[in-house]
Design a protein around this ligand. Structure first.
Ligand code: G3P
Length: 218
């Protein structure tokens, strides 16, 4: 099974509006036998990107909402209908109270979206893994957006998260993210037992994002 490279587009100037699909089209040319590339574009660009790229598209967030009177909300059902295949939940830039998260996960599973729950600490890993997501993404917030990768700064926490998750929810795969920006970072993550990584700024901020991604994947 291929390891997952989840590119979180966030809302950078390089990734939003009309630039989202252009970037996705460039990145879809990067082929890899070892890795599956998935992108999480900004919410307003999701439908256009999902329709216009060959890459699998995940949402950066999903709300507890259905199709109905839910002003400003993003529902799992609508995401499914527009071709989105999965969702990040509880990212440290978009935290969700646990009682609500529980219901959103249920709703996402009902709509057959791949669920990636983020956790900022081992305590949170312990708590949210009980919801049996497809992926648990460990991301220490203090390293997000920086140049020191989680694999360099906190390798032992990644290993502990892998162990903890395998005990609580054996089918859940672990990802890690924060500051990932080199081939070495990805290899290290896999050596520690992760099944992939989340990458934020490094790809869109690169001079040539597709070339950078190609080099990253080796
Ligand atoms: O979701 C991925 C993200 O939070 C990591 O961001 O910019 O540190 O790679 P970055």
């Amino acid at each position: 099974m291929k390891s997952l490279i989840l590119l979180n587009f966030k809302t950078y100037p390089e990734t939003t509006g009309k630039k989202a699909l252009l970037l996705a089209k460039r990145l879809e040319k990067v082929r890899s036998k070892k890795y599956e590339i998935v992108i999480a574009p900004s919410l307003p660009t999701l439908e256009e990107v999902a329709a216009g790229t060959l890459l699998k598209v995940f949402s950066q967030h999903t709300d507890l909402a259905g199709l109905g009177p839910f002003t400003g909300k993003v529902s799992a059902q609508e995401l499914k209908e527009i071709g989105v295949k999965g969702t990040l939940l509880n990212h440290s830039e978009r935290k969700i109270p646990f009682s609500i998260l529980k219901k959103i996960v249920k709703d996402c599973k009902r709509n057959k979206l791949v669920v990636v729950i983020c956790a900022s600490s081992l305590t949170e890993v312990h708590k949210v893994t009980q919801l049996a997501p497809d992926y648990l993404a460990y991301e220490p917030p203090e390293l997000i957006g920086g140049n020191i990768s989680v694999t360099k700064a906190k390798p032992e926490v990644i290993a502990k998260a892998v162990k903890l998750v395998s005990k609580i929810s054996p089918k859940t795969k672990v990802l890690c993210g924060a500051g990932i920006q080199s081939r070495e970072d990805i290899i290290k993550a896999l050596q520690l037992g992760a099944k992939g990584v989340l990458i934020g700024h490094a790809v869109p901020k690169a001079k040539d994002p597709a070339k950078f991604l190609r080099e990253l994947l080796g």
